[in-house]
Design a protein around this ligand. Structure first.
Ligand code: NAP
Length: 171
């Protein structure tokens, strides 16, 4: 099982203005990249808030939604499973999948990193500033986590940049 987080951030490290913010501020080039990467994933994991903001595009994909609103797991459709990671072994649920895409938001990215379940990160930096909002890993606790840059690419003339990281080996 290989887990890959995919996120777009502003220059000030925000992924959204608030939990209901529809992700319409990212570039067309990032959306193309994100869709292509999601096509390679066997399952997509999102938090309940992100799921609510992107229900329609996610409906075509095999999707796991993290939520405290179910006791353990609850199947909501052929391709849709709600999972409560507080009461369920999420790693065991993900284990059968070769490639797991983690699509956020902050609570979900933080959960995966906090529990050593995050292997790679594709980070798109969009040349825009919010000045406020939700930070990428804002729920993460404990000591700093180090990443290693694998590649970088400029996606358009405005200067949208795509960075690919893996977790750095422990020092
Ligand atoms: N820029 C980007 O790349 C990007 C990517 C993804 C999302 N977003 C944006 O980020 C915003 C949402 O972010 P968010 O921080 O609110 O996070 P989120 O992770 O999408 O949703 C948080 C909710 O998911 C459930 N959840 C997540 N982790 C859980 C856990 N470990 N245990 C139990 N439940 C868990 C809870 O749902 P319940 O309340 O049901 O218990 C929690 O309230 C939206 O505006 C979205 O558009 C941006």
């Amino acid at each position: 099982m290989r887990t890959i987080a995919i996120a777009a951030v502003t220059l000030d490290g925000k992924i959204a203005l608030d939990p209901d913010h529809f992700p319409d501020w990212t570039s067309a080039e990032d959306k193309v990249f994100m869709r292509a990467l999601l096509d390679t994933a066997d399952v997509v994991v999102v938090g309940h808030n992100t799921f609510k903001t992107a229900k329609e595009p996610l409906s075509k994909r095999n999707c796991i939604v993290l939520t405290g609103s179910v006791a353990s797991t609850e199947r909501k459709g052929d391709k849709l499973l709600y999972v409560n990671p507080g009461t369920t072994d999420l790693k065991a649920i993900l284990e059968p999948y070769a490639t797991v895409a983690i699509l956020g938001g902050a609570k979900t990215y933080s959960y995966f990193l906090q529990h050593n379940l995050l292997h790679e990160l594709y980070l798109t930096i969009e040349p825009v500033v919010f000045g406020r909002g939700i930070s990428l890993f804002e729920h993460l606790e404990g000591s700093p986590t180090h990443f290693k840059l694998l590649s970088m690419r400029k996606l358009n003339e405005d200067g949208t940049v795509l960075l690919h990281y893996s977790l750095a080996a422990a020092k």
